[in-house]
Design a protein around this ligand. Structure first.
Ligand SMILES: NC(=O)c1ccc[n+]([C@@H]2O[C@H](COP(=O)([O-])OP(=O)(O)OC[C@H]3O[C@@H](n4cnc5c(N)ncnc54)[C@H](O)[C@@H]3O)[C@@H](O)[C@H]2O)c1
Length: 385
């Protein structure tokens, strides 16, 4: 097994987490780190440490560089890395603006280096199963995704780069791209329209923002993000409404999800194959409560219809049972997060070893999420009367 030498540019909160996770991989050696605060870094014996990232990318023994600095630096660093003959794993957001991301892609095509976006959600086994179920149409069409995310800002002082939109791009670019990309990961439909709304606490702090996205086929996704509440309320809920199912995922690294679905024999079998799914209730459709019309209501157009025929979004489906259950990875957030960042790096290493390998999170995914995030941000900023 080949061992890959990795360099990390940016050794702040997330750079350290990546180092911790990657040092546990048998085929990876983190050999170099660059950070503006290089003189303050400790416990990095046997690792070359640089204050100037350009010195790191000159090291001949490095196969891949992870770029883990603030978004406004990604384009310059990514292009320079590839021009220096290094493969790159670029933190989300891929860049500050779509045109910056396109220039990164041009550099990739010119240098033929391997380059990926670090969209770690794509490596979460629960979301991977959900992608399979969605694309196989087990729950019918996906019509709605609603992300509701409350984050604390107690660790984000006013002077933090996060609040400087020229450095971070704002909340949708810096943070929501994870969830925007999740929608793209679940279903590949074209984006038809985007708009946004935001609130500024003061001139510098744009602390609540929302994006609405319409996709071909009728899916409407909403992303609401607030960085304003105490840590006690920190919470992420992702609601997915399919023609035949409601699913609610919890946590920004989703570990669990509650499902209610209308199924037939075939779709139930597919669902039960899922190792993370536990069925808690199943009732024949005749006994399942449909309370859309209370008892005593006059004759409705479905009164004499076969109860197993269901109409949703203008499509006729066949289902004979209503089931409820829980998706549960049965693992801690720490374990799943560690596994995801290891899998994300491994995916890039697989592509370096085998050019035919299809990257799970190519730069194209980084660009598509960034396009939506910037459109919504501009719309939100222009929506002020
Ligand atoms: N994929 C994920 O789950 C995930 C999670 C957290 C953060 N991130 C991303 O990681 C990136 C960094 O976020 P963070 O929270 O670690 O930020 P941070 O501020 O904690 O760390 C950034 C580090 O980069 C260093 N740095 C900045 N400019 C530099 C330069 N020119 N040369 C060398 N070092 C430089 C800083 O000194 C700092 O130590 C962001 O793009 C963020 O969105 C991704």
């Amino acid at each position: 097994m080949k061992t890959f030498n990795v360099g990390i540019i940016g050794y702040g909160g997330f750079g350290k987490f990546l180092h911790n996770a990657w040092r546990q991989m048998d085929n990876v050696r983190v050999v170099a780190i660059a950070d503006l605060n290089a003189d303050k870094l400790q416990n990095l014996e046997s690792i070359s440490v640089f204050a100037n990232w350009r010195d790191l990318i000159r090291q001949e023994n490095i196969d891949l560089v992870a770029i883990v600095t603030e978004p406004s630096t990604h384009e310059t660093m990514a292009k320079a890395c590839m021009e220096a003959g290094k493969n790159v794993l670029i933190e989300k957001p891929l860049a500050l603006l779509p045109d910056d991301a396109r220039r990164i892609m041009e550099a990739r095509d010119k240098t033929r280096m391997v380059a990926a976006t670090d969209f770690i959600m794509r490596f979460n086994p629960l979301l991977q199963y959900l992608q399979q179920l969605t694309q196989a149409g087990i729950f019918g069409q996906l019509r709605r995704v609603a992300v509701e995310n409350y984050a604390q800002d107690e660790q984000l002082p006013l002077e933090h780069w996060f609040w400087d939109t020229a450095r971070s791009g704002g909340i949708l670019v810096e943070h929501a791209v994870h969830f925007i990309d999740l929608v793209h990961f679940l279903q590949p439909n074209k984006v038809l329209a985007v708009n946004g709304l935001k609130h500024n606490r003061n001139e510098r702090q744009e602390d609540q923002i929302m994006a609405n996205v319409l996709y071909e086929g009728g899916l409407i996704a909403t992303h609401y993000h607030a960085f304003s509440r105490p840590g006690f309320f920190e919470k992420t809920k992702i609601k997915l409404a399919y023609d035949l199912a409601d699913l609610e995922l919890n946590g920004w690294i989703p570990l669990q999800g509650e499902l209610t679905a209308l199924v037939n024999q075939e779709t139930k079998a597919s669902l039960l194959q899922n190792p993370f799914f536990k069925l808690t209730r199943a009732v024949p459709i005749e006994e399942a409560a449909d309370e859309s019309r209370p008892k005593g209501w006059g004759l409705t157009s479905t009164a004499n219809r076969d109860p197993s025929l269901l109409s949703s979004g203008g499509i006729l489906y066949k289902a004979n049972e209503m089931v409820s259950g829980l998706f549960d990875l049965g693992r801690s957030k720490q374990e799943v997060y560690m596994d995801c960042v290891q899998a994300s790096l491994q995916d890039v290493l697989d592509k370096i070893s085998n050019p035919a390998h299809q990257l799970v999170a190519p730069l194209e995914a980084g660009l598509k999420a960034l396009e939506v995030a910037t459109l919504a941000t501009f719309s939100a900023r222009n929506a002020v009367p």
